[in-house]
Design a protein around this ligand. Sequence first.
Ligand SMILES: Nc1ncnc2c1ncn2[C@@H]1O[C@@H]2COP(=O)(O)O[C@H]2[C@H]1O
Length: 540
Amino acid sequence: MATLFLIGGAESPPLLESGLFDREVLLRDAETLLRRLYSDRVYPLPNPWNYESGVSLVVLPTSGGADDRAGRGSGAEEDAVLLNKLFGKFFPTFNIRAVSQFAVEEDLATLLDMVQQERQLCRDRTSRMDHWMHHDVLPAEITDDSHRANSTCQNNLYSMLKHFHAAQGTDLRVPRVLRNIRFSELVEEVDAEGPTGPDTVEQFQEVLNTWEFSALNLTTLQLIKCGFYILHTLSQRAKVPTADNKLYLLLFTLEASYHQINRFHNFKHAIDVMQATWKLCSIILPQDHRVTLLLCLAAIGHDVGHPGTNNALFKQESGTSRMFQGHSVLENFHYQIFSSILRSLWPTVFSLTRTDTEHKNLIESAILATDMSIHQKYVDILTERSTSDVPLTVVETISLIIKAADISNVTRPLHVSAKWAFLITLEFKDCAALQEYLQSRGNSTNSCHCAVQDSRPREDYDMEFEIEMHELINSTPFSLDLLLKKYPAIPAGQIFFINTFAFEFFDKLAKIFPDLRFLIENVESNKQFWIKRQESRTSS
Ligand SMILES: Nc1ncnc2c1ncn2[C@@H]1O[C@@H]2COP(=O)(O)O[C@H]2[C@H]1O
């Protein structure tokens, strides 16, 4: 769904009539716009106003005064450039762009054509993922070529390269329009309208303190509040307190840095992994608040900007892949983006790492350890350490904790684990579709006019599917039978993943940390369930 924002009395009848937007929203100024973007983004899922499955435009007014007209709307042009920079850094996954009313009037046809093409491209899951991973043309605000603002095809759409460059911008200051937002008020307002759920500190404590924790049954706002609760508590313990408003800004920025429309690798996964990390640290490193805080941060940031695919699907010649010489491309990307967010929004946490060289790159080591292509290395470390007296190093310990948390969904109780299994199955289907798409396009390079031949209204289809998906997950009581009837391939996938990766890892982990025995017990009982289901399927 796409929004046309008209700011401060800006007008644009041709844009309104173009049929390219699903709604028009009139707002006073940039601050109310940003506040609106945040509150739309935490709308209960499935969220039609996620700013990812459509292309939104923000039209800024030209003053109309003689000076601005003579300057060809230059005041509004400058505002648009600033706003686009801000979108790139704080709302990176959004397909949104600010333009001046003057620019719209000057070249309406080009603008409409561009939005039309972009809209078609981002409506389709497969071409959208291809674009995210492989589009190499940077938009004007990043190349500082504001004259190209309207001419660069697809410059409203998210791409990993664009995300990377926007995040690396040297200006670390948080603009006043963002600092002015009172997040606690915003949270209260949205809360009052949304569904009920955990609300008080005690209720969040209760939800977060159990291994039955299910991020999938929480709203986006409740997830942000979970993040707030954990980071707030840990920052006090680690003696790097931060103001509530800054912490909320960090959490809202992180949420906007994950693709809400991914099936599995989204902010829910980030909070799930952070909660698991938190619980595991409370068992393995109960007194080390510093490391626990850094590791929980690594967990919440470990997949930022994840395209919902995998390293093997990157074209080697793509800009993002080349940036990291093809090594752990996703993990390096996540770390670079996340560290730039922290440098801007919570620089004092880096003071926690300066004193000890082993801890210096703790966040980086942790995020890079989540690359499953080096999984065996960690299994080998566990094998070696369980049979020798040599203790695990700090880096090994934190790597094992975040790895365990990253794949902990198979260690959750069955009714939680099965929902994650469902979502990863859907994401794997997307990957298979992308692989087929890339093969069918052969070596054809990334053209500015990526052809999306299929003109079916996929946006509507996606929304229908999203609704069905959320109903399956959130039905009370949850019906696993119904889920498996619709998705009979889930058990085989789970048996494969557990046998190939999870079982040995958690079994060996529990040998070194006996208090983690419950993890392997859960894996075992889940596995037995999947095997039974698989057997009854093959015998019927
Ligand atoms: N329940 C699951 N079933 C199958 N694969 C999984 C499951 N959980 C995690 N994974 C895989 O494990 C990987 C861990 O790293 P990623 O998050 O990049 O991607 C994850 C998936 O590919």
